[in-house]
Design a protein around this ligand. Structure first.
Ligand code: ZN
Length: 276
């Protein structure tokens, strides 16, 4: 099977062409033609952040949103911040502890809003689909409504890729989502985490907050023989944000601790034995 010479896409995850005798995926072909300008995106982010006087930080207690909260508070010095965790019902308790510890350490007001996303998770596990897109869409909508109700215009998130070639996105109601980690490498993020009282939880896969991701990745892997995160992780390699080796590690079939798996399936009223 052909694998892209630049990222980690293969014939299962993308269309591979041969360019200059090297296999290359269609996303990398586009990327090489229209490379995002890192300096420009960073400058745009710095300029935008100057006008941010009040913001909601989408704070899941995971490593990326922890870095985002740190940057907003310590680097960009946003005068008024509110860290909001949208608990979808399956946040790891370690993530909630991390979130409380980090918010206290950074002296940021922190609120947990609790919801029940089991409809999304149950369906994803039953159908062996990724729950991530629907989950994050619902979460962004809840954050948007929260920001609107508080008269706050900006929502800061811990995403590492820009929206197209810009680090922000206009949402309805005039709310602006800012991807504060746009084009920040994993190494840079880890350097920041070292300064903070962040403890890595022992969860399946690479998540630092969600109990669903591991079991969902496993189900998907069993059905399709690959990770539903493969293309996103390939993009991180393409943008130079993640080593190929580490990326390949992340797209392997995850090992899920038995007690997490049992707990998740039980709470979603799914019978693991019938599904296998
Ligand atoms: Zn590629």
């Amino acid at each position: 099977m052909l694998t892209c010479s630049l990222c980690i896409n293969n014939e299962k995850t993308s269309k591979i062409e041969i360019v200059d005798r090297k296999p290359i995926c269609k996303e990398c072909v586009v990327y090489l033609k229209h490379k995002p300008d890192r300096g420009k995106i960073r400058a745009e982010l710095d300029e935008l952040m100057k006008s941010v006087d009040k913001a909601v930080v989408a704070f899941s207690g995971g490593k990326d949103s922890t870095v985002a909260l740190y940057l907003a508070k310590e680097y960009y010095k946003v005068p008024e911040l509110e860290a909001i965790m949208i608990d979808h019902g399956f946040m790891a308790k370690e993530a909630i502890e991390n979130a409380k510890r980090i918010a206290e350490y950074l002296d940021a007001p922190f609120t947990i809003l609790r919801y029940d996303y089991s409809d999304i998770f149950r369906e994803a596990l039953l159908k062996a689909q990724s729950p991530c897109r629907r989950c994050s869409k619902r979460t962004m909508e809840k954050l948007r409504k929260h920001a609107l109700s508080k008269g706050i215009k900006y929502i800061i998130t811990g995403h590492e890729l820009p929206f197209g070639h810009h680090p922000y996105r206009l949402m309805s109601g005039g709310i602006i989502q800012i991807r504060l980690l746009s084009l920040m490498s994993e190494k840079e993020r880890f350097e920041i985490l070292k300064k903070l009282p962040f403890e890595f939880p022992k969860l399946a896969g690479y998540t630092t907050n969600c109990l669903i991701l591991g079991p969902a990745l496993e189900r998907y892997y069993e059905k399709h023989g690959l990770s539903f995160e493969h293309r996103r992780i390939a993009a991180l390699v393409r943008y130079g944000l993640l080593d190929k080796e580490k990326a390949l590690e992340k797209v392997k079939k995850p090992e899920i601790p038995e007690e997490i798996k049992r707990d998740v399936y039980e709470r979603l009223n799914l019978n693991l034995k019938e599904m296998l």
